[in-house]
Design a protein around this ligand. Sequence first.
Ligand SMILES: C[S@@+](CC[C@H](N)C(=O)[O-])C[C@H]1O[C@@H](n2cnc3c(N)ncnc32)[C@H](O)[C@@H]1O
Length: 252
Amino acid sequence: MFQWKKDVPAVAPYSRLASIYDYVMRHVDYVHWASYVESLLARHDLAPESLIDLACGTGSLALELARRGYQMSGSDGCAEMLVVGKEKVKRQGYEIPFYHRNLLDLSSLSTFEGVLCLYDSMNYLMTLSNMATALQQVRRVVSPGGVFIFDVCTESNSMRYFRDMTDKDQGDGFSYTRHSYYDNGVQFNKFEIRFEDPQEVVREVHSQRIYSLSDIEAVLEDAPFQVEGVYGGYGFEPPTELADRVHFVLRG
Ligand SMILES: C[S@@+](CC[C@H](N)C(=O)[O-])C[C@H]1O[C@@H](n2cnc3c(N)ncnc32)[C@H](O)[C@@H]1O
C-alpha cells in the first residue's frame, strides 16, 4: 500500500485541488456529459430553460450548457472551486451566477426548471440519511413539474478503477500523487499536492460512499420526487451490476 510522507498538513477536500482540478480532470468529456443531459431531457419530453448544476465544481459542465443556450447557474460546497469557476466563465465571456451551498442546505436558492448533480457528486453524501436530506433540499429548488437529474458511481466502477491505484502527474508549478482505493463501501482518493511557488505540500482526502442500487431506490421511495428513469452508464437501458455509473431522472 502507498505510504504517505509524514508531517504533510491535511486541508479540506478540493480546497487546494481546486487550482489544479481542471488539469487533473482534463480527460473528462464535458461536451459528452452535456449531450447526455440533453438526451435525457429530450427522452423525458422536458425542455427546461433554466438549469442549476449542484456540486458544479469549477463549472465546466455549466459552461458547456450555457454555450448551448441554457440559462445556467451553479453551486458548490467548496468556495475555492467556485473561485476557479467564476474566473473561467468570465474569461470565456459568459455570465453564470455561482452560489456557495452545501447539498444539505440549499435554502435561499431560487427555483429552477431543471436541477443537475453530476459526476459522482452525490456519492460525497456519506450516509443514506444525508442522501434523503439532500433530496428534500433539492426538491425546494425544483420548480413544479421540473426535473432533477443525478448520478452515482457504482461499486463496479470503484472495483475496476479505484481498487488500489497510484498515479503521479505534474503540470505548470505543481505535481501530485494520488492514491485511490476502495474499502468497505467507501472509495478513497488521497492526494498529496506539491506547489512550487510558494513551496508547499498539502494532503487532501476525498471519501465517497458507494451505495447499492437497492439502497438508493429505498431512499427514493420516501423522497418528494417521482422516479421517471434509471439508466446505466450514459445509456438508456436499465443499469446492470456492471454499469460504472447509474443516472436518475426524477420529476418534482
Ligand atoms: C467529483 S467533483 C465533481 C464536480 C463537477 N460536478 C464536475 O463534473 O466536474 C465533486 C464536487 O462535489 C462537491 N461537493 C462534495 N460534497 C458536497 C456537498 N456536501 N455539498 C456541495 N458540494 C459538495 C465538491 O466540492 C466537488 O466540487
